[in-house]
Design a protein. Structure first.
Length: 295
């Protein structure tokens, strides 16, 4: 297929490359020249604009930071929907407000364009390996149209419900992830403060009732997992500010539905403090710095 891929960050870049490796013709665009250079080095075609990328595309995949970027791209000044051919499939893998997905989907439908929300989980490692989990919001027919592409980027595909449901599932997942990372960080920091080896303690907890994904694959303590952002100066990965954005989406949703999420609210407050302390660009696992014993 001829695919337009817009948004080549830590997640989008590897996803686009996996589609290319699967034999699809991918024309990519990003505002970052470095991201475009990396895509070109991997053999992808590089577009001069988002409008250029979607010319002749049978499918469009987007991976953008936040709601305002998605709405701005499709409905704002650029009005990308006007440049997309009728019958095209649009897969938005950004993590945004469900209401934004629904708004864009409604506009797309009026133009005869299929739009689904398909946010992902699995981190940069999953994006590179093609083992992401997709949480899809859309009709059964739309999901089946998207499935051949999603299968080249992920290992797990879930139909969460109608448009917007994928986003709701994602913010629930990321709220839990943020809570778990803070708890994992506190437990490891407490053990280290008492002289325990972080690797040994992490393995004990991983195989015990405290086991979770952070202990399994994304340990926040440097040196425990060689390929985790913590062992690379908290560079790359999933940024603190992105986690803060997702926790904010969860709290906005909780307020709208009158759901009780006290731990989610506390996690958001802690990540806000962490970001204001200058760690917004670091991986979200750097939150362990807040609880580590100094000196």
């Amino acid at each position: 297929m001829q695919i337009a891929f817009i948004g080549l960050g830590n997640m989008g870049g590897p996803m686009a490359i996996n589609l290319h490796k699967a034999g699809h013709s991918v024309k990519a665009f990003d505002l970052s020249q470095d991201a475009l250079a990396k895509a070109k080095a991997e053999g992808l075609s590089v577009a001069t604009s988002a409008q250029d990328a979607v010319q002749g595309a049978e499918a469009v995949v987007t991976m953008l930071p936040a709601s305002q970027h998605v709405e701005g791209l499709f409905l704002g000044k650029g009005n990308l929907l006007a440049s997309i051919a009728k019958g095209t499939l649009v897969i938005d893998s950004s993590t945004i407000a469900a209401a934004t997905s629904q708004k864009v989907a409604k506009a797309a439908e009026s133009l005869g364009i299929d739009f689904i929300d398909a946010p992902v989980s699995g981190g940069t490692g999953g994006a590179i390996a093609g083992t992401l989990t997709f949480m899809v919001g859309g009709s059964e027919a739309q999901l089946e149209r998207a499935r051949p592409l999603l299968e080249k980027m992920g290992a797990n595909i879930f139909h969460a419900g109608s448009v917007g449901a994928g986003q709701t599932a994602k913010i629930c997942n990321n709220m839990l992830l943020g809570i778990l990372m803070i708890g994992t960080s506190e437990a490891i920091a407490l053990g280290v403060a008492n002289g325990l080896d972080p690797k040994v303690l992490s393995e004990i907890m991983r195989r015990s009732s405290g086991g979770n994904w952070a202990l399994e694959k994304y340990n926040p303590f440097p040196g425990v997992h060689e390929n985790a952002p913590a062992s690379k100066g908290y560079a790359g990965g999933f940024g603190t500010d992105l986690m803060l954005k997702d926790l904010g989406l969860a709290q906005e949703n909780a307020m709208a539905t009158k759901a009780s999420t006290p731990l989610g609210g506390l996690a958001r407050a802690l990540y806000a403090v962490h970001s204001m302390a200058g760690h917004g660009g670091e991986d979200f696992s750097s939150v362990i710095k807040m609880v580590q014993k100094k000196g």
